[in-house]
Design a protein around this ligand. Sequence first.
Ligand code: AMP
Ligand code: GLY
Length: 420
Amino acid sequence: MNILILGSGGREHALAWAVMQNPKCDRLIVAPGNAGIAGIAECAALNIGDGGAVVTFAEENAIDFVIIGPEAPLVAGVADRLRAAGLLVFGPDAAAARLEASKSFTKEICDAAGAPTAAYGHFTDAASARAYVEAQGAPIVIKADGLAAGKGVIIAQTTREALAAVDDMFDGAFGAAGAEVVVEEFMDGEEASFFVLCDGENVLPIGTAQDHKRVGEGDTGPNTGGMGAYSPAPVMDDAVVTATLDRIVRPTMAEMARRGSPYQGVLFVGLMIENGAPRLVEYNVRFGDPECQALMMRLGAQALDLMHATAERRLSEMNVNWADDHALTVVLAASGYPGAYEKGSVIRGLDGLPEDSRRMVFHAGTGRDAGQFTAQGGRVLAVTARADTLKEAQATAYGMVDSIDWPEGFCRRDIGWRAL
Ligand code: AMP
Ligand code: GLY
């Protein structure tokens, strides 16, 4: 099978790494990829938001299967274009990708499906959003309706803060994403990420994880794309998994199918769990980054079979072959991230690190310059280890982190604290 993966982050490096281990993969191209991915697969320059360009590229390279990593091409309808051209694709079409692209759409689906989530109001003008905030009081959560690269959510501790956030959004702080605003009840509890494959009809859970969204140790400081993750998440015990599938995931998938938008791909279910009861925080229509790095390390080669069966609507035939193991990934980011940071600093010590089925440094934002790896993004590396216990995976990952020589980078030293 000739396979094309779209994307350039640590998530796509991990997907490529898993796919390459499967003997069914004859040739792998990652577009655009990054310097780390170039070490294991072919990389090709391509505008992955341009469906026509992706179709042409796939046809020219005799691609049999396309895996779409990030949300932007999904929301832009790249999967629709590929399917219309007769290509096999992993990832939802644009209509189903609204589960990530529009928070009000997701809320409406949850209402129709009876899926537990935060109470909310959906507003297209500041005055009615302000009135709702005044009536509800704080703490309260203000969200830009559209895609805002993880930045469009304000958790307001006071009514004043909430009103200011409403005004900012309607004043254009998040551009078009904030033209509509969702105001939500603040949910208490422990967050977890749950990943399921859906083929339009069948649902197959493929793992749980916990992210570390804040930049600082002890979950302090501003939100980031994610500073580290581990899988499995102990809070997602069997009862919580069953409740999530029965009350949230299956009703949502059935509602999407009923509306003529069956969902195909991976569904990232962001949950808040309080006293064993899961409620939906958000859906994403892709793997999490860095959760994917931990998941792929645990799944290995079977990840390709599972994604392929999803695209061919054969999920009912599949099982996940679970090892009773743990994976943990530590993100190294450029100093200053998630604020302003410099690009171009040299990263040393990567070449000497082991790369096997239990230890991998996935690249998120690297380039290669005169034979040396350089930092070219905010989140730059995801150092990932798998072991029989989480503690061991953590020790191995930080051991690898410590042999990377990159003075301009930093990481959190407490990834895994909640489970340990
Ligand atoms: P989202 O982009 O919807 O995932 O929101 C980003 C983060 O904000 C989530 O991961 C949660 O930590 C937090 N969050 C979002 N909605 C709520 C809510 N209703 N109650 C509490 N925390 C929330
Ligand atoms: N790590 C969170 C996300 O990918 O959205």
